[in-house]
Design a protein around this ligand. Sequence first.
Ligand SMILES: [Mn+2]
Length: 339
Amino acid sequence: MTNLQEYNEFMSVARRVVIVTHYKPDADALGSSLGLSAFLKKDGHRVTVITPSDYPAFLNWLPGNDEVVIFSEAVAEKVKSLVTEAEIIFCLDFSALSRINSIGEMIQKATGKKVLIDHHLEPEKFADFEQWNPKAASTAGLVYELIIELGERVKIDNAIADCLYAGLLTDTGGFRHNNTRREEFMIASDLVSLGANPTRVSKLIYDTNTLERLRLMGYVLSEKLVVLPEYKTAYMTLSQEELKKFGSQSGDTEGFVNYGLSIEGIHLSVMIYERKDEIKLSFRSLGEFSVNELARKYFNGGGHRNASGGSSTDSLGVTLEKFLSILPEYQEKILSARV
Ligand SMILES: [Mn+2]
């Protein structure tokens, strides 16, 4: 953590704390936020976790989930006063306030201290304290490292360990992605010794589906997956109409993009789907080929080298056309990517 001593002094009295994470939080966003929240509460801080949007039901088991304030117009005033009155605001698992819409504006105006805990590339400079490392596989791991740095390992209980383990597990794709360093195993090992339950967490996250999601996945893989051998690229699209037809819920498309990349000989995979008000894109790539660059340049997004996201206000069809039209620019790099 930058300015660790100043942070320690500031946190030596009970503070009003807000923890905010990104839009459509995943297990790392929510796990790191709830883990940090439970940790801070042990020192008497009054903590509220705020998410800019709802999140998939398969994350509801995370300890502390009941107390999360999910932003909507109905609670906008409440959120505004929480952010305005917070003495310190933690921003977890996202790198730019512009990504979290109106809450980002509230935070920008807020007078409380700001802390960035994140592992995405090229973060915005807005924080007084930063725990930032783009090599770290997960924000949950950075929260763990912060707690260790503070000399407070003893405060990590089962619930905190499960929260942090969930983030670490998913952001490494089950310890498979190339962001999985020696450190990730060390952190996982220590979290297990502190009470995290790997079998239970894996079951709750990976092996718990709704029937609707499985049917949707079957449909996507058999009807919607397109392979472009000349670009070693696979893509899938899903409209609102299709999502509705399968009765799908928030987060149901999570992970579909990985199936595209799992095809032998495929180096780039994209999932493009329609949300109520915009089109979302999810990218995966192999080796040196950076989807972070592509997502930043063309789709108002970014993330990590091999896993990034983006969005578009065009229609689903126009967005797909745009994606297809930029492939020639990247063809050489895509074809030469190696694991
Ligand atoms: Mn993350």
